[in-house]
Ligand binder design. Sequence first.
Ligand SMILES: [Zn+2]
Length: 237
Amino acid sequence: MLFPVLAGTAAAAGIGVSIYAAYRPESQIYGATIVAGPNPSQVALTYDDGPNPDATPQLLDVLARHEVRATFFMVGSFVKAQPELARRVAAAGHLIGNHTLTHPNLAITSSPETRRQLAETNNILEQTLGQKIRFFRPPFGVRRPATLRIARELDLVPVQWNVAAQDWNPATPQQLLDRLERGIAKNRQKNQASNLLLHDGGPLGLGAKRMPTVEATALLLERNIRNLTFVTPEIWA
Ligand SMILES: [Zn+2]
């Protein structure tokens, strides 16, 4: 009975590695992704799942007040529904990336469908904004080797994160701020920059309630605009 036990353990370990490689945002096992660079005073604010008429305009006001450039990974179907808002984000000078057409879990999406999700969103963004899209963030940070190969074939550089505000769960702005500042402090101890995952929208549709995220952003900038340098992940590419 020894062999099946060992085989079972090895299989379990293999599954563990696969899950780590597919789901852990910072893993490089399935291919290189941008996480963050070595300068601990650099922080990237990144917002996924927009554009969202219920939070993106307010967020743009906060970022403009502090003259900070952020990154928005947009959902293609939402850009199609809100082209003016997407153009407003671009006109404010922020970096815009591809976050797929309908926000699927790409670990279980076929290769042809993955290609369609990325290529159609590139087309929508490029037609709406008149600019080439270079960066991509997989929904939930989840990918498999084919996901990264398809992204590469479309000239898209995958971007992950190393601090999550976890703003997909209900939280107060102060709770979100605490998570962000704790994450930044932890990365500083490791001499690493911080790439913050936030959300100005939600994957289920337009109108997600993201004002706590907008308010947490305002607090973070008010408290740290002098001691941190706000960047976009381009700087780490
Ligand atoms: Zn997302």
